[in-house]
Design a binder for this molecule. Structure first.
Ligand code: ADE
Ligand code: ZN
Length: 350
C-alpha cells in the first residue's frame, strides 16, 4: 500500500471510502440489533404483550441518560425472543445490514442469562445463533464468531452456572465477555470464572472504561487477563495506562454513537477517537447496540469522521486494519482481508 495515497485523498471522498472499505465488527450485542419493527413482529408471533402501544412509542422511549436507562429498555426488548427461529431471524437481520456496510467478519456478543432467566433453554439461543452464522457465511459471505457475555450485575455463581450450561456447546463459542452495568461491578467479581474460561481455551474480552473508571481497564487486563477491551474510552484519564495499551497493542472496541447516546461524551465532536488513534492505540469502530443508538457500523464511521475534522483517510485505513488485526481469526485470513482493504484504498486513490 503506497503510504502517500493515504495523505492525499480529499476529505470529500471519505464518506464513500468509509462505506466501501471492508471491515470487521467486534463489538455488537446481537440483542441490541433488534429493531422496534422486529420486536413488535416477534411479540405478535409469540403472544407477548409489550408495555408500549406500538413501534413509534417504543422508539420515543429511546432517550437515554446513562447506561442503566438503556439497559432497562434493552432487556425489555429482548423479552420477545422465545424460539430458535427468533434468534435466527434477529441475527440474520443484523447480518444483512452488516453485509450492506461491507462488514466481512463479525464477532457477535450474546447474553444467555437474559434468556435463560426467562426460561428459554440455552440450547434454543445457541442453535438459532449458530444457524444464522452458518447462513451468513453461505448466503452473504460474512464470517462470524460468537462471544458469550456474562451479565456483571448478576453474581459470580450465576456466571458459573451459565458456563456450565454452555459447556456442551463450547465448540461453537469462541470467547467470553463481560457486559451490563459497569459501575459497582468491577472485573474482580469475575476473576475465578474468567480463569476457568481461560483454562477451557476460550478467548477473553470485557467491557471496561465505558462508564467505569480507568482502574477497571487495568483490572480487566491484570485480573481477568482479557485480550481486548470493549469501549475503554476512559483510559485517557490515566496516561500510564494509555502508554501500556499502546505498547502491548491491546485493542479497544470503541462505539462512538453508543458513547453519545449513553452520555459517556457530550457530543460526537467531544469524542476521543482521534486522540486514541494518534496515541498509537489499536482502536476500532463498532456499533454496540445499533437498533438503539442510531445506526450500524458505517453510520458510526460517518458520524465520527464528520464531527472530528482531524480524522482522515489514514485513520480510516488504520481503523479497518485494526479491526482485522484485533479479530479472533487466523493470521492467513487477516492477511487476505488486509489485502482486500489495501485494494479498495488504491482504487479510491487512482
Ligand atoms: N449490553 C448491551 N450494550 C451494552 C453496553 N454498551 N455496555 C454494557 N453492557 C451492554
Ligand atoms: Zn457493548
Amino acid at each position: 500500500m503506497n503510504p502517500t495515497l493515504l495523505d492525499t485523498l480529499p476529505r470529500d471522498r471519505l464518506p464513500a471510502l468509509l462505506q466501501a472499505m471492508p471491515k470487521a465488527e467486534l463489538h455488537i450485542h446481537i440483542e441490541g440489533s433488534l429493531e422496534p419493527e422486529l420486536i413488535f413482529a416477534l411479540a405478535e408471533r409469540n403472544g407477548v404483550t409489550l408495555p408500549y402501544p406500538g413501534v413509534e412509542a417504543l422508539r420515543a422511549a429511546y432517550a437515554f441518560t446513562d447506561l442503566q436507562s438503556f439497559l432497562d429498555i434493552y432487556y425489555a426488548g429482548a423479552s420477545v425472543l422465545l424460539k430458535e427461529d427468533d434468534f435466527f431471524d434477529m441475527a440474520m437481520a443484523y447480518f444483512r445490514r452488516a453485509a450492506a456496510d461491507n462488514v466481512v467478519h463479525a464477532e457477535l456478543f450474546f447474553d444467555p442469562q437474559t434468556h435463560t432467566d426467562r426460561g428459554v433453554p440455552f440450547e434454543t439461543v445457541i442453535n438459532g445463533l449458530t444457524r444464522a452464522c452458518q447462513t451468513a457465511r453461505e448466503e452473504l459471505g460474512v464470517s462470524a464468531l460468537l462471544i458469550m457475555c456474562f451479565l456483571r450485575h448478576l453474581s459470580e455463581e450465576a456466571a458459573f452456572d451459565t458456563l456450565a450450561q454452555a459447556t456442551p456447546y463450547l465448540d461453537r463459542i469462541t470467547g467470553v465477555g463481560l457486559d451490563s452495568g459497569e459501575r459497582g461491578n468491577p472485573p474482580e467479581k469475575f476473576a475465578r470464572v474468567f480463569a476457568r474460561c481461560r483454562e477451557l481455551g476460550l478467548r477473553l474480552v470485557a467491557h471496561a472504561g465505558e462508564e467505569g473508571p480507568a482502574e477497571y481497564i487495568r483490572a480487566a487486563l491484570d485480573v481477568l487477563n482479557v485480550e481486548r477491551i470493549d469501549h475503554g474510552v476512559r483510559c485517557v484519564e490515566d496516561p500510564a495506562l494509555v502508554a501500556r495499551l499502546a505498547a502491548q497493542r491491546i485493542p479497544l472496541t470503541v462505539c462512538p454513537l453508543s458513547n453519545v447516546k449513553l452520555c459517556v461524551v457530550g457530543t460526537m465532536a467531544d469524542h476521543n477517537l482521534a486522540t486514541l488513534l494518534d496515541a498509537g492505540l489499536c482502536a476500532t469502530v463498532n456499533s454496540d447496540d445499533p437498533a438503539y443508538f442510531g445506526g450500524y457500523i458505517n453510520q458510526n464511521f460517518l458520524e465520527a469522521f464528520a464531527a472530528l475534522p482531524q480524522l482522515n483517510a489514514r485513520h480510516a485505513h488504520t481503523l479497518a486494519r485494526n479491526s482485522f488485526d484485533a479479530s479472533f481469526v487466523d493470521g492467513d485470513t487477516k492477511g487476505r482481508w488486509r489485502d482486500r482493504l489495501d485494494a479498495v484504498f488504491e482504487r479510491a486513490a487512482s
